[in-house]
Design a protein around this ligand. Structure first.
Ligand code: WTA
Length: 645
């Protein structure tokens, strides 16, 4: 595999960037020539941001799994596609070659077919990080079913909402998952999610932990039995193949649910061809991937980072993707370093929160670990503080590895702003330059282009993108209007990211964080409205307001102000009950770090909660709360200040 579109110098970056903006169609169609199509496109790009409508390579036919697997077989059948490290370091590891991946994905596609799955059907995947998760994802793509992977940390209620939203008919799960010292009873959570569900016809269960599960007759089947049967059906003279469904470039590939300003997570829909190009192009360029490199992305496939940089990016590039079942601190805080040493990892891609957490264990866990194979380091998911950046640089990269700070979102499909490893300069805390094809714009609240104040080098504003790029979302599932109002209605003709940013004289961007009511807790996106809704479900709660505050390890912590009814006490037990409610409604990842009971919330006369004040107090800022005279009852502010945790 070679990558003729891999950027090799800063001059080439500037040249390619210029071309991509002046002639996006010419630029991307040339790159698209490097992929395998069943039929080439009629048009490269049709778009308007008012509807919005975005189509890349309309008229083209392809299947993404032929690009991720089949086309590599002639030259790389025996090269590792996936290397799997189990949760327990004592357990046998697995190496999945491209030939094996092809076989398993074909088999699983047949399993899906045998169970009635057809092109366009929605399949929910709720599994731990085992290679079978990748087979499930790719098996869906092979037959053209739309996968929706749900992170193992979400509760039955969250799953039920997602199943409902996408009218899911098929589920793929495991009996359980191993994560650190815990076993998560996935199948049992699915069973809870299915109480009252009317659409799901089939649940396919892969055996991982062997905890007891209840298999419902007529609905639940075992993965292993199904795979054996499919193998028998497909085998012809020792060869197994399942013809890939031929998809339109714009057919949806998957749905990924993510939090926004409103209470209900939305299903971000990605396309086939554009998404493929984008994950491949950004993977090859940002990380400067070289054939043979071992690439270790520590995300979970339940999140977009895992979709794009464990599965589709690396595999479409014929790369070797390391998949890890466990967590960075189990059995001890040296686990990542052991893995890097064991597999001679070349590129490590992780989240600032993981770096900060590992930093807190000091340097002992690094002793005796050979990290010399590392060539490139990356971060994603949240702003990286300089202290963590320098620790990563010094102790992990030994000052020899470029660090790429990659800014992107579930909606963007892949990286939009990042330095290119060793090619364009890095600057701690700065995502730096946009990828070719990406045109960022900073605007003020009214949508006017931000201008740097006289004598100042920095421009500050809300981050928007003015041109479509191939990997962008196409819609939100079942509700296109929601996609429009969320992303395209705030500012005319611009995609609005929800993030604030700074731009310096060199044209580098620094992402300062969300400007909407979305929190970023340990790199996970959580809407404050979503957490409030969950808290308010507790019988004793009258009202609540949730804000973020700076947290040393998580980046942001969740601070909840809660008014309890008089009948219910505001004691420790009530706090525990609220935490349990949030765990039930969303999942443990959304549990507030702090709950402060209050008797009132600062509201304007029109009844709007003044979050700005609550945020400042949660941050420990007791002075300069701004004008509080417009409040209905300015007295509550004093009370809240006194009770701050
Ligand atoms: C934040 C994860 C600063 C940002 C891929 C964005 C970042 C949200 C960075 C998307 C970064 C992501 N620097 N902030 N390098 N990367 N973010 O959808 O606020 O889970 O809007 O996608 O994470 O989170 P999501």
């Amino acid at each position: 595999m070679s990558y003729p579109y891999q950027i090799k110098s800063i001059e080439q970056y500037h040249e390619d960037y210029k071309k991509s903006i002046e002639d996006p169609e010419g630029f991307w169609s040339k790159i698209a020539e490097n992929f395998q199509w069943r039929k080439k496109w009629d048009t490269v790009l049709n778009w308007n941001f008012t509807e919005p409508k975005v189509e890349w390579f309309a008229g083209a036919k392809l299947n993404i799994t032929e690009n991720c697997i089949d086309r590599h077989l002639p030259s790389m059948a025996n090269k590792p596609a996936i290397i799997w490290e189990p949760n327990n370091p004592e357990e046998r590891t697995r190496t999945v070659t491209y030939a094996r991946l092809h076989k398993r994905v074909c088999q699983f596609a047949q399993v899906l077919k045998n169970n009635g799955v057809k092109k366009g059907d929605r399949v929910c995947i709720y599994m731990g990080m085992v290679p079978e998760l990748a087979y499930a994802v790719l098996g869906c793509a092979r037959i053209g079913a739309i996968h929706s992977v749900i992170f193992g940390g979400f509760s039955a209620q969250s799953i039920a909402d997602r199943l409902d939203d996408a009218s899911v008919e098929y589920i793929i799960t495991c009996d359980g998952a191993f994560r650190g010292g815990k076993d998560i009873p996935l199948k049992s959570i699915i069973d809870d999610a299915l109480i009252g569900n009317k659409t799901v016809k089939r649940v396919i269960v892969y055996t991982r932990t062997r905890i007891p599960v209840s298999m419902i007759k007529g609905r639940d089947v075992w993965w292993e039995d199904e795979m054996l049967h499919a193998e028998d059906q497909l085998e012809h003279n020792g060869v197994i193949d399942f013809p890939a469904e031929i998809m339109d470039a714009e057919d949806p590939l998957f749905i990924s649910y993510t939090s926004g300003r409103t209470g209900k997570p939305k299903g971000v829909v990605h396309s086939s061809a554009g998404y493929m190009l984008w994950t491949n192009y950004t993977f090859v360029n940002v990380f400067q991937y070289k054939p043979g490199d071992v690439f270790f992305c520590t995300a979970d496939i339940g999140w977009i980072t895992g979709h794009s940089y464990i599965v589709y990016g690396p595999l479409s590039a014929g790369g070797t993707s390391l998949m890890f079942e466990g967590i960075p601190t189990w059995p001890d805080a040296g686990r990542f370093w052991d893995i890097i040493d064991k597999y001679k990892v070349n590129i490590l891609y992780t989240a600032p929160t993981a770096i900060r957490s590992l930093m807190s264990y000091g340097l002992d866990p690094l002793k005796g670990k050979d990290l010399s194979s590392l060539r490139v380091l990356g971060t994603v998911g949240e702003p990286i503080n300089e202290e963590a950046w320098h620790w990563y640089d010094e102790h992990i990269g030994k000052k020899k590895c470029p660090i790429v700070d990659t800014w992107w979102q579930t909606e963007t499909g892949g990286i939009l702003i990042s330095n290119l490893a060793g090619i364009t300069p890095a600057k701690p805390g700065w995502a730096t330059l946009p990828m070719p094809g990406v045109q960022p714009v900073l605007v003020d609240e009214q949508g006017a282009p931000s201008i740097s104040p006289e004598g100042e080098a920095l421009t500050k504003g809300n981050l928007c993108i003015s041109l479509p790029w191939p990997g962008m979302l196409r819609t939100t599932w079942g509700d296109h209007e929601r996609c429009r109002t969320n992303y395209f209605a705030t500012y005319e003709n611009l995609y609005f990211t929800g993030d604030g940013a700074l731009k310096n004289e060199e044209g580098f961007y620094r992402i300062t964080g969300r400007v909407d009511d979305v929190l970023n807790v340990s790199g996970h996106r959580i809407g404050t409205a979503e957490v409030e809704n969950a808290i308010n479900m507790h019988a004793g709660v009258v009202e609540s307001a949730v804000v973020g505050y700076p947290h040393d390890v998580k980046g942001q912590g969740i601070y909840a102000y809660v008014i309890m009814s008089q009948k219910h006490g505001d004691d420790e037990q009530s706090k525990k009950d609220i935490l349990q409610t949030v765990t039930r409604v969303i999942g443990a990842i959304a549990k507030p770090d702090k709950i402060q009971f209050v008797t009132g919330l600062p509201k304007t006369r029109s009844g709007k909660i003044m979050r700005r004040i609550l945020r400042k107090i949660a941050e420990g800022e007791m002075q300069n709360l701004g004008d509080t005279t417009t409040l209905l009852d300015p007295g509550v502010v004093e009370e809240i200040k006194k009770g701050k945790l």
